[in-house]
Design a protein around this ligand. Structure first.
Ligand code: MN
Ligand code: MN
Length: 318
């Protein structure tokens, strides 16, 4: 597993040579390389949380997830897949951001993702608050030219109206994504949704656009296996956005707008593993707030979701 001089193998740093608590922190101890090197899957951070409405902190998530991913291993037990034999993945660092200016940050995110797409790579981003997903989707739409299939894990619908007179915040990104034609509402599902809602406008929007919502009640109304099998298949270019607050705060305390009565870690693992996604183009994990985390519980969820997305990127969808 050692990288030979001049030959980058895109494997995690060996834990035998460098124990997992040592070394410079990158996602899954993968090499940190320039985007233009020859690999398939770019991992990066979006350290921005200027779109939150309550507790801040996701600007620190990329660092925390890199640190927690020191324990990330490459062999996927239930998929019987050595991920890093199937796909060349690398950490390309963080997207530049402007902590006090959302407009400039959006432009930087869109430019950053566009540059990745021009190299024909797939990507997984660690946000950031959920408002950062919008410029990522804008870049993807310009590239794929048609609205994406969209799988959205969240406690919230994120189709809320403007807040404090501001259109762009973490509770409105999904509404903008639909309104701007970035995602296809007919090929969009939301999983983990639960109340209470802030008003009802968000639910009206979802109903009007016929977006398929899976509440926690619906997930639990049948066996987990039955629920997983009931999910639709996704054929075309598909994006997955994972807001960590889809989990119950008992499983993901480190987040800004926690809602009790959520999914368990195991349920999200099983749901992610059951997704049938033919063409995974990219994904993100957002709303991890390390200052409110305990014992890295939430950062570890981020690592695991990243692992499942890497498996999908490696083409292991069933
Ligand atoms: Mn969200
Ligand atoms: Mn949320």
């Amino acid at each position: 597993m050692k990288n030979k001089p001049g030959v980058l193998e895109y494997k995690p740093l060996s834990g035998r040579e460098f124990p997992r608590f040592s070394g410079i922190k990158t996602f899954f101890r993968l090499p940190h390389v320039d985007l233009h090197e020859s690999f398939d899957l770019a991992l990066f951070g979006i350290p921005y949380d200027g779109g939150v409405s309550y507790r801040p902190g996701p600007r620190f998530a990329p660092s925390a997830v890199r640190e927690a991913s020191s324990l990330g291993r490459g062999f996927h037990f239930s998929r019987a897949l050595q991920i890093f034999d199937k796909i060349k993945a690398a950490d390309i660092g963080d997207c530049p951001t402007v902590p006090i200016d959302q407009e400039q940050t959006y432009e930087k995110i869109e430019t950053f993702v566009s540059r990745i797409l021009k190299t024909k790579k797939k990507f997984i981003a660690v946000g950031g608050d959920h408002s950062t997903t919008l410029p990522v989707l804008r870049a993807l739409k310009k590239h794929t030219k048609k609205p994406l299939n969209f799988i959205h894990f969240d406690a919230h619908l994120d189709t809320f109206p403007a807040a404090w007179g501001c259109e762009y915040h973490h509770g409105a990104f999904a509404r903008h994504a639909v309104e701007e034609g970035l995602v296809n509402p007919q090929k969009m599902i939301q999983i983990g949704i639960r109340g209470p809602l802030a008003g009802g406008d968000d639910l009206d929007f979802v109903r009007k656009n016929k977006i398929k919502v899976y509440t926690v009640d619906e997930v639990r109304a049948q066996s987990l296996e039955q629920f997983c099998q009931s999910l639709p298949k996704f054929e075309g270019p598909t994006y997955i956005s994972f807001d960590v607050d889809c989990l119950d705060p008992a499983y993901a305390p480190g987040t800004g707008t926690p809602v009790v009565g959520g999914l368990t870690s195991y349920e999200t693992q099983r749901i992610l593993r059951s997704l049938q996604v033919k063409d995974f183009v990219g994904g993100d994990i957002v709303e991890i707030s390390p200052p409110f985390d305990h014992a890295d519980i939430t950062a570890l969820i981020g690592v695991d979701v990243m692992f499942e997305m890497m498996a999908l990127a490696a083409g292991s969808s069933r």
